[in-house]
Design a protein around this ligand. Structure first.
Ligand code: AMP
Length: 198
């Protein structure tokens, strides 16, 4: 773990539903617990539902800070988590994703639906374009992403994705191992930057 005077910020993308397998909830809770136990900060979409609520509650229960960023449209549906250290209500989905990204040292996608996939692919595209240099991980718990991983290999085979670009996405099946692997790649100087008050 790099030295840090400010909490290391972990941006998590995950389902607003729990999904079919209990392993998805267990992984979300294990990741949140690992973040909280280390005194790190979770940055996420601000929801109280599905895996989003699980990772947020587990982080706080283990002593970590949680920052949610939610668009007005979703907040109006009362799906926003009201017990967070910070909940930012922003006007658009684009502002929300930008704010989440600005505050993160690393990104991790857990099982989820189209929202999660969209967020993962966007932050991966931004890395490919050089907009940021943060580590990105995909948690393939219970083989949930097996089909997608095969498709990604297919995009490389067919010449639409380069091997180095493919390699920017780091895949693991254990939430804590993947978290620690990604955090170990954050340069110490960057980890010391205070992203808590942007
Ligand atoms: P999905 O994977 O389709 O369930 O969408 C989850 C992702 O989209 C999360 O990472 C959130 O950023 C966003 N999202 C979708 N639904 C909600 C919701 N009800 N509350 C907050 N964020 C949501």
């Amino acid at each position: 773990m790099p030295p840090s005077s400010a909490p290391l910020s972990i941006c998590v993308y995950c389902g607003a539903r729990h999904g079919a397998a209990p392993a998805y909830t267990a992984a979300a809770r294990a990741l949140g617990t690992a973040i909280g136990e280390r005194g790190w900060q979770l940055v996420y979409g601000g929801g109280k539902v599905g895996l989003m609520g699980e990772v947020a509650d587990a982080t706080m229960a283990a002593g970590g800070r949680v920052v949610g960023v939610i668009p007005e449209s979703l907040q109006a549906l009362e799906v926003g988590h009201t017990g967070l250290d910070e909940l930012h209500v922003v006007s658009t989905m684009h502002l929300r994703k930008q704010m989440m990204a600005e505050r993160a040292h690393v990104f991790i996608a857990l099982p989820g639906g189209i929202g999660t996939l969209e967020e993962l692919y966007e932050v991966w595209t931004w890395r490919q374009l050089g907009y940021h240099d943060q580590p990105i991980g995909l948690l393939n718990v219970g083989g949930y992403y097996d089909h997608l991983l095969r498709f990604m290999a297919h995009t490389v085979d067919q010449g639409f994705l380069s091997a180095p670009q493919h390699g920017m996405l780091q895949v693991g099946d254990d939430p804590v191992d993947l978290l620690l692997k990604l955090v170990a790649q954050v340069p110490a100087a960057e980890a010391a930057e205070d992203y808590s008050r942007i």
